[in-house]
Design a protein around this ligand. Structure first.
Ligand SMILES: O=C(O)CCC(=O)c1ccccc1C(=O)O
Ligand SMILES: [Mg+2]
Length: 356
């Protein structure tokens, strides 16, 4: 299996390639090395998602390949540090051995009007599984029902799942799941906020016999204890993301300890971050659901022309190497670069502190 090792280097890192690989993440590269290995880019999106139309990312070129550090802009260092750990794992350590060479993926549909559904879903090469965003701020249940109905009309055979990003309260969630059940949902991701809230919805779904599985996302990646959701029996499955959970190996441990089926998802990543997610999906002992790693299709360009996009609903595992000219043309302003370097420094300090 090829490693995602940089074939064409745009610069030589401080330490010679291969000599300073991390075996266990017990030691971290120096901040100066990280800064020297970094490229900060901004990528345009086709469609607004999470209120963003451009996505900024800091890419690291390390001795083991490329890694992505792209916590959302509003995240503080305590939360963003795990994302840095994941980027350093990818670029200094590499990935654990895969058990499969391709990963099935879902199309992701933002909370758009029904009229835009066909157009957005046509940007995916195939849509056997579709995740529909619901419960968006400022919208109502009728809009969610109209969007899901349109997806079902266009794709009668597809597996449809919804993601509310904790946007419903308990009663709204129950009304939403009742209304959407007729469109045959594979599962509902984070219908409400919090572990207790999820557990309550899950119990009520069972009591009413709605037959919708409950997936936890924010209740895994934003909790101090990612296993709490499993212990509380608050979900039927968990959504895992390599960056917020601190890397591929950490995420694999969480899945093993949780003892629940897992779906790998991305965070609107460049092709480098998507490759990290694919490394996680490829190394999981079981992969019962398509993964949220097809979001490359929501971008209008990327850091490589050989973009990590799904073909026929599958991502084929392969090395992803940025194109130096695209790194240059998508580079952020000097001001944004300084901002990201400061953020890198804060997160690096946070990681050193955590490692004691
Ligand atoms: O899982 C997917 O289909 C795509 C990724 C996605 O939905 C997402 C992207 C950015 C931030 C949060 C989320 C989320 O799963 O809630
Ligand atoms: Mg989610």
């Amino acid at each position: 299996m090829p490693r995602s090792r940089a074939e064409r280097r745009t610069h030589v890192p401080v330490a010679a390639a291969g000599t300073d690989r991390l075996e266990t993440m017990n030691q971290l590269p120096d901040l100066a090395e990280l800064i020297d290995a970094s490229h900060v880019v901004t990528l345009p999106m086709n469609v607004q998602f999470r209120a963003v139309r451009h996505r900024e990312a800091l890419l690291l070129e390390g001795p083991a390949g490329w890694g992505e550090f792209s916590p959302f802009l509003e995240y503080g260092p305590a939360e963003a540090a795990a994302w840095l750990r994941a980027a350093i794992e990818a670029s200094w350590e590499g990935y654990p051995d895969p058990v499969r060479t391709s990963v099935p993926v879902n199309a992701t549909l933002p909370a758009v009007d029904p009229g835009r559904v066909a157009g957005i879903l046509s940007s995916y090469d195939a849509a056997h599984t579709i995740k529909v965003k619901v419960a968006e701020q400022g919208q109502d249940l009728a809009q969610d029902v109209a969007r899901v109905a349109e997806v079902r009309r266009l794709f009668p055979e597809a597996a449809i799942r919804i993601d509310a990003n904790a946007g419903w309260n308990h009663d709204e969630a129950m009304a939403g799941l009742e209304a959407l059940a007729e469109y045959r949902l594979q599962y509902a991701e984070q219908p409400v906020d919090g572990i207790d809230g999820l557990a309550r919805v899950r119990q009520e779904v069972a009591r009413r016999g709605l037959g919708v599985l409950i997936a936890a996302d924010e209740s895994v990646r934003k909790e101090s204890d990612p296993l709490a959701v499993a212990r509380a029996q608050a979900a039927d499955l968990i959504v895992i993301k390599a960056q917020p959970l601190g890397g591929v190996r950490r995420a694999l441990e969480i899945v093993r300890d949780a003892g629940l089926p897992a779906v790998v998802s991305s965070a609107l990543d460049t092709s480098i971050g998507l490759r990290q997610g694919a490394a996680l999906a490829a190394a999981l002992p079981a992969l019962p659901y398509a993964c949220g790693l097809a979001t490359g299709s929501l971008f209008s360009s990327d850091i490589t022309t050989d973009r990590f996009l799904a073909v026929g609903g599958e991502l084929q595992l392969r090395a992803i190497t940025p194109d130096p000219s695209l790194l240059r043309s998508h580079a952020v302003s000097a001001e944004r670069r300084s901002w990201w370097h400061r953020r890198l420094a804060e997160c690096h300090r946070e990681l050193l502190r955590k490692m004691g």
